[in-house]
Design a protein around this ligand. Structure first.
Ligand code: NAD
Ligand code: LMR
Length: 342
């Protein structure tokens, strides 16, 4: 079930020089769930990224088809597609520098992300086992919901296999920052591309905490409440509008591709690359909370430095307190799941 779609033309000396100047190292990116609603546009964006030299798409159905399609795009990366047969998962993962995981079911109207736990927890657990065996040094970017629980699930699996590296496991919360930046621009008539609103906590409802004050904005009263609500429940807007056909896929693909690009930049030596992400974090460990999203500086080894939450308003503190309560439950649920279903 493996198909290789790149042709490797014989390069002239000039072209070879240009090639080695732009591609400073081989970077294989693997997408698990690559044929899904997020997986397809995310894979497309990774194919357009010149830092990627190899792109492997794995899915329980459709991986090779999506790979055949994307593989015709005239960028240099080699694209391969895999199914579960013929050791497809292992082949997709071997040699990966980045593993993006958008595999699993999305919400329908009326569901919370936690309602996805029963289905997605075992999907993510099994994929994490395969990653631990075939790509133990890769950066793992978990998109599958509920992120607050699926990231701890991965950590527990990696620990049980003796390969846990907290610097290389990331819950992707970039979409919350993308939304916050877009929404604030609508209040302030600014260019959303210039906005970078800090969002901390986790990735669901009350655990999503936008810290507007840190961008120097003072929304008040109803405007502030509306803004916070939209950031916390932006995912629900899309679920409702799609009316049973799933949740955010295209904006998520953009957010996932941005995060992967940041990791590749950092791996290739760029300094000062900072992204918000849900990681194994010292910030609230004294309260029994092992994972938390805040701004994280990325480097060649993954997490380089975890930023403190910093100065916040009393209102933001209230939001943070509510976040921590929910977050602890979500994290504990993931850890418990692996204990009882190893
Ligand atoms: P989708 O149903 O369109 O695609 C999921 C894909 O996963 C499908 O192609 C399916 O075949 C595949 N899959 C299922 N089990 C698999 C397995 N064991 N191995 C490999 N592939 C498998 O769903 P979607 O819209 O792409 O959403 C995927 C997940 O991402 C959902 O859990 C959703 O809630 C989550 N999500 C997270 C964020 C975030 O911000 N982190 C944003 C949007 C969606
Ligand atoms: C989102 O924030 O859009 C995703 O987590 C998907 C969802 O279920 O809302």
């Amino acid at each position: 079930s493996r198909i290789t779609l790149a042709s490797r033309p014989i390069l002239g000396a000039c072209q070879r020089r240009a090639f080695s100047a732009t591609v400073r190292q081989a970077s294989k990116v693997t997408v698990l769930g690559g044929a899904g609603g997020i997986g397809q546009p995310l894979s497309l964006l990774m194919k357009l990224n010149p830092r990627v030299t190899e792109l492997a798409l794995y899915d329980i159905k459709g991986g090779p088809g999506v790979a055949a399609d994307i593989g015709h795009i005239n960028t240099k990366s080699v694209v391969t597609g895999y199914l579960p047969d013929a050791d497809g998962l292992k082949q997709a993962l071997t040699g990966a520098e980045i593993v993006l995981i958008p595999a699993g079911v999305p919400r329908k109207p009326g569901m919370t992300r936690d309602d996805l736990f029963n289905t997605n927890a075992s999907i993510v657990r099994d994929l994490a086992k395969a990653v631990a065996d075939a790509a133990p040094d890769a950066n793992i970017l978990v998109i599958s919901n509920p992120v607050n629980s699926t990231v701890p699930i991965c950590a527990e699996i990696f620990k049980s296999k003796g390969v846990y590296n907290p610097r290389r496991l990331f819950g992707v919360t970039t979409l919350d920052v993308v939304r916050a930046s877009r929404f604030i621009s609508q209040y302030k008539s600014t260019d959303p591309a210039d906005e970078n609103i800090t969002v901390v906590g986790g990735h669901s409802g009350a655990t999503i905490v936008p810290l507007l004050s840190q961008s120097g904005y003072g929304l008040e009263g109803k405007n502030l409440d509306e803004f916070v609500f939209r950031v916390q429940f932006g995912g629900d807007e899309v679920v409702k509008a799609k009316d049973g056909a799933g949740s955010a896929t295209l904006s998520m693909a953009m957010a996932g591709a941005r995060f992967a690009e940041s990791l590749l930049k950092a791996a290739q030596g760029e300094k000062g690359v900072v992204e918000p992400t849900f990681v194994d974090s010292p910030l609230y460990k004294d309260q029994g909370i092992d994972f938390f999203a805040s701004k994280v500086e990325l480097g060649p080894n993954g997490v380089e430095k975890i930023h403190e939450v910093g100065k916040i308003t009393p209102k933001e503190q209230e939001l943070l307190d509510a976040c921590l309560k929910d977050l602890k439950k979500n994290i504990d649920k993931g850890v418990e799941f692996v204990k009882s279903n190893p």
